[in-house]
Design a protein around this ligand. Structure first.
Ligand SMILES: O=P(O)(O)OC[C@H]1O[C@H](OP(=O)(O)O)[C@H](O)[C@@H]1O
Ligand SMILES: O=c1cc[nH]c(=O)[nH]1
Length: 503
């Protein structure tokens, strides 16, 4: 059927096309049916929403579609019902535990990017990967398909360094220090991050508190060729575009299937032209990788995948047994990262990890002698050079370089939990901390999160503050406090943990 486009001021987070009920009945279209819109050389897929927002003879197009495709009001388009895409068969094959061929993986990724697959099918694909996994041939094919369905960056400065965390540990604002340290040493580091997947704040969510993170590839090229670094959101670019779409399903389910995680990270690095990549694998209770043996196995996969892509990859297995630093949630983490860059010092876990990772990159990039990278990274941080580089990044990304940590607003609805008894902090539950921060509204509510006053091993007295929840609304604060009461985010014990006798 031929209809006229009506642009609707609707944002649904998916590719929706709106059709009047009578028109839908005539065309035998039903809610959520997949249709193809054709206009000249343009082809776009979308899911049907039956709505009185449009009249007979019209098709409503939501803002989501207009972000990537241009349609004008009144433009005539042909609407063609589209059957189930071939890729659904391949998703079922993975559900049944089969091994996917390269061409099958390419078809799935192309259909995700073309929006032929709807949320429900994409979630099924993600779930099938969580349950049945992928082998290295499948992971390599997935990585290349994810990168090649988008644009590739070609930066005129070499070598290109990169760092990426597999995430999972609360408060992981580390790379916001690593990137300016490495760039201040003269290396080039075009850092792309995703938004939160399982945590309460991805690096892109945190950086967005003080600068823009959505740029075109041309803008990124300009920024990186000028100042040697950027810290941007991968999802804003047409860079590995399937990544941000699958991440939406992962975030909803709070899962990060290992094969997809490898492809998600390495496709972004491949598309950015990164040559030397450092992968951070936080390891500990309540994060994605709980044991050092598992971390080593994953490290081998990253290194092998890097070889297949022509990249030199090193892996740092880092301590992830409790949150990094003292803050969790976008605005609180932005404050802490900025404070550390300005002062050249900060919480031990944050500074140790940031200078440790930056040190490895300085050695990989050949600007620090073997074994001297960490010392050099610390000197760059303490000298204020990393902060100066951060100011350049903020300015080039449209933020205010003079911003101070106290200028960053945090949620003003607060509740502080205190120690019910005196003793030592014997555990901080990563999953509970993330759950509380998410219940408080993070990462979408930038000001939501947690301020931690204690770390494992510290001594507390009854009544000492343990942590404060910040939220932007009373309702969210209530949800988070209820969640916190149901879990045991912080364990306090005496020095005698157990008494055993009479066995
Ligand atoms: O912790 P969760 O949300 O699972 O993982 C996602 C986070 O991990 C990575 O961090 P980075 O960009 O390397 O700092 C991603 O880019 C993202 O910010
Ligand atoms: O970028 C990232 C980081 C962790 N896991 C992913 O899937 N992607």
């Amino acid at each position: 059927m031929k209809v006229k486009v009506r642009i609707l001021d609707v944002y649904s987070g998916r590719y929706s096309v709106f059709i009047n009920e009578k028109e839908a009945m005539k065309a035998k279209l039903h809610p959520d049916d997949l249709v193809k819109l054709e206009a000249g050389k343009k082809t776009v897929y979308g899911s049907v929403v039956i709505s009185s927002l449009v009249k007979e003879g019209e098709i409503g197009i939501s803002r989501d579609v207009l972000q990537l495709h241009s349609f004008s009001e009144g433009e005539v388009v042909t609407v063609i019902p589209s059957g189930t895409p071939e890729s659904v068969r391949y998703i079922k094959k993975k559900m049944n535990g089969g091994k996917l061929r390269k061409v099958e993986i390419e078809t799935i990724i192309k259909d995700i990017v073309d929006r032929k697959l709807r949320d429900i099918e994409i979630s099924s694909f993600v779930t099938s990967l969580e349950i049945n996994g992928l082998d290295m041939d499948e992971i390599a094919a997935l990585t290349i398909a994810m990168a090649e369905t988008g644009d590739m960056l070609d930066i005129d400065r070499k070598p290109i360094m990169d760092v990426h965390s597999i995430g999972g540990v609360p408060g992981n604002k580390t790379n916001i220090l690593v990137v300016p340290i490495v760039a201040a040493a003269g290396l080039t580091i075009p850092k792309t991050s995703s938004r939160a997947i399982t945590s309460a704040a991805g690096t892109a969510d945190v950086v967005e508190v003080f600068a823009d993170v959505s740029f075109s590839l041309d803008e990124i090229k300009r920024i990186v060729e000028k100042i040697g670094a950027c810290m941007v959101w991968g999802g804003a670019l047409n860079l590995a575009p399937a990544d941000d779409i699958t991440i939406k399903s992962e975030r909803a389910l709070s899962i990060d299937p290992t094969g997809l995680m490898l492809a998600s990270i390495m496709s972004k690095k491949y598309a950015m032209g990164s040559q030397y990549v450092l992968i951070d694998i936080p390891t500990g209770k309540g994060v994605k990788v709980e044991s050092v043996d598992q971390a080593r196995a994953l490290a081998r996969d990253f290194i092998e995948l890097g070889k297949r892509l022509g990249q030199y990859v090193e892996v740092a297995i880092t301590y992830g047994g409790q949150p990094i630093g003292h803050t969790v949630g976008p605005a609180l983490e932005a404050r802490e990262a900025l404070q550390a860059l300005m002062a050249g010092t900060g919480p031990g876990s944050l500074i140790e990890k940031a200078t440790g990772l930056a040190g490895v990159l300085l050695e990989m990039g050949g600007v620090a002698p073997a074994g001297m990278g960490k010392k050099m990274a610390r000197e760059i941080l303490e000298s204020g050079k990393a902060y100066q580089k951060m100011r350049e990044i903020i300015e080039e990304q449209g933020g205010n370089p003079d911003i101070k940590p106290e200028d960053i607003p945090v949620g003003d609805k607060t509740y502080t939990f205190t120690a019910p008894t005196s003793g030592y902090i014997t555990a901080i539950d990563n999953k509970a901390i993330t759950g509380i921060a998410r219940a408080a509204g993070a990462p979408e509510d930038k000001g939501a999160g947690i301020e931690l006053y204690v770390k494992v091993g510290e001594k507390v007295k009854e009544g000492d503050p343990l942590f404060t929840i910040h939220a932007e609304s009373e309702a969210r604060l209530d949800q988070a406090t209820v969640f916190a009461r149901r879990t045991e985010p912080i364990r306090i014990e005496g020095m005698v943990l157990q008494r055993i006798g009479n066995i």
